[in-house]
Ligand binder design. Sequence first.
Ligand code: FES
Ligand SMILES: [Fe+2]
Length: 338
Amino acid sequence: VSGNGLEKSLPSSWYHSEAIFRIEREHLFCREWFCALREEELPRPGDHRVLDLFGESVLVVRNREGALRAFYNVCRHRGARLCRAAGERDAWGVELAGGIGAGRLIVCPYHRWSYDLDGALVAAPHLTGNAEFNKADFHLYPVGVECWGGFVFLHLTPAGAAPLAAQLGETPARVQRYPLAELGIGATRRYEVAANWKILCENYNECYHCGGVHPELCAIVPAFREGGGSSLDWARGVPHRDGAYTVFLLRPLAADRTEVVCHFLFERPELEKAGFDAAETIDFWDLVNRQDWSVCESVQRGIAARVHESGWYAPMEDFNLDIRRYVTMRIGPYVPAA
Ligand code: FES
Ligand SMILES: [Fe+2]
């Protein structure tokens, strides 16, 4: 098919192949800032989180001065994991002492090397008196951290990375009327979706599907059904209850698996009202979300058909061309067949 007024999507194999996913990890996920958390998730010095970012375990901590720091979660001695993620267990049913304790040090459970919350090695049993041993050689491997709008962004290759502001480009100016930094989390829903991250991004980039997939949403915003949202002033935002915003963080886990964290953010006075109850907002978006995941998983399975070499974007899906460009500019050319 050609000359039909449509634009070709990436080849279907790019949504399945673990080899492509590994290339994306090298050239996208490990080379860019990724939004990982809200700042309020780590409010106090010593608060920390262990995150799995594209297969790398990362430790994010708030240091004594209140600044966020992040490191690869690996000891510089012989490489033990420093901290376990919340609820993480191995098969052996034992608790190893270590991690971040009240002393606000990061203590390795293996030989008890300890690091301060800036990642500097402060003590190594039986070695620190040794004149040849230079602790400065054993700083934890840094992960880049920058914040904007109350969001915490991480960079797995911080040396030589462009500042976050460069990557955000015009976004801060475009959303400056939204008080993002002041919002608080009213609720969070986590989903694991059996679909490639690009399928989820493409789904977010168009409202062509809203009429078919989201009847309840269309009952609230009829324009979604009529023109796929094309008649809406999107810059004014999608209608929500007053003072409520939804924020989605996507974390690619594998070629065919993506975690989606959905935060419901509210203006603080709203959160603090007696009888604050967001259940209606949350249940509604949870339904819309599940409709999206269901159709995205159906795409993931559908495009595995041996005859389906690629899909097509209709003119009203033109933002999806950005995904095609974003990926191909970073991992190499994709030349649409004529
Ligand atoms: S591996 Fe961490 S102290 Fe030995
Ligand atoms: Fe949707």
